[in-house]
Design a protein around this ligand. Structure first.
Ligand SMILES: [Zn+2]
Length: 296
């Protein structure tokens, strides 16, 4: 599943090329992906211009201009969640394609394909929302109500925001003392945007074993975990996530984060701190990786 760094990477790339494009047509192949009646969705979206791409947690927020049908005089924001296997692909009339999300099987010459469930045609190019497993969704929220709507989702702080201080992290952890470290990191109310990969990475950077109980962590360990989780996300964003592909040609190029993972997918290999071997266990139903020596 794309996590915060993957979604942020797609956001940055789409933000560079898509804003200013006017939506002229919308095709919905699979109605359940769109969380409102299709005719209404189409009426609200067609005729608007894509203004900008924002992100909160793993949600992509696509701000639209005011269209033909107004929401109290304001435009709508389209909320896109890629979930397990969603992809967004921008095919411009001119220039190179941008594609991100789940690794994309095969070439992109055959778009739309059978997984292209929502297609936005604009005056500058086409945006495809593909989803093989169909867990992803598209919603509309009036832009004026967006902050309120997001608050209602109860997301914890954005790990890279300046509001997310070590003091705030400590305060949040006190409410989750009974949880294990990894489950706390995966809990979107504790901190937004981490999934299985970055939770394991965060624990390695923080030198904390993911199976520890929060209540057992000493102050220094909680602080190290705080720094570790910020670091894992920052590294993920820097290397453009594990799954992104930009396409000059259909052979493409992948996000380089996979080369920078410290524990995830390294089971049986030597720890980069040259002390132990990375072990993989199943913890609360998820593959969990840690070094048996430096993570205590
Ligand atoms: Zn180690």
């Amino acid at each position: 599943m794309p996590e915060l760094p993957e979604v942020e990477t797609i956001r940055r790339h789409l933000q560079r090329v898509v804003p200013g494009s006017g939506i002229t047509q919308v095709a919905v192949g699979l109605p359940k992906i769109v969380k409102l009646p299709i005719t209404l969705f189409r009426r609200r979206v067609v005729g608007t211009t894509i203004r900008r791409f924002r992100r909160r947690s793993k949600l992509l927020l696509v701000e639209l201009s005011t269209g033909r049908r107004r929401a109290g005089g304001h435009g709508w924001t389209m909320i896109i969640h890629l979930k397990m296997s969603g992809q967004l692909i921008w095919r411009p009339r001119r220039g190179r394609m941008v594609a991100g999300g789940h690794p994309i099987p095969g070439g992109l010459d055959d778009l739309p394909n059978k997984y292209s469930h929502v297609i936005f045609v604009t005056n500058r190019g086409t945006l495809f929302f593909n989803d093989q497993r169909q867990f992803g969704f598209v919603k509309l929220v009036p832009t004026v109500d967006l902050e309120y709507w997001l608050e209602g989702q109860g997301y914890g702080p954005e790990p890279l925001s300046s509001d997310f201080t070590v003091a705030l992290f400590e305060r949040i952890l006190r409410q989750h003392r009974q949880k294990r470290v990894k489950s706390a990191l995966l809990d979107q109310h504790v901190v937004a945007g981490l999934g299985n990969i970055y939770a394991d990475e965060a624990c390695w950077y923080g030198r904390v074993r993911p199976t520890r109980r929060i209540s057992s962590l000493r102050v220094a360990e909680r602080r190290a975990l705080y720094r570790g989780l910020r670091k894992s996300i920052a590294v993920g964003v820097r290397w453009q996530g594990t799954t992104l592909r930009f396409f000059r040609t259909p052979s493409g190029r992948t996000g380089r984060m996979a080369l920078h993972l410290k524990v995830y997918g390294r089971s049986g290999l030597r720890c980069y701190r040259r002390d132990g071997i990375i072990r993989k266990i199943t913890f609360q139903g998820r593959g969990t990786h840690f070094c048996t020596r430096c993570q205590r």
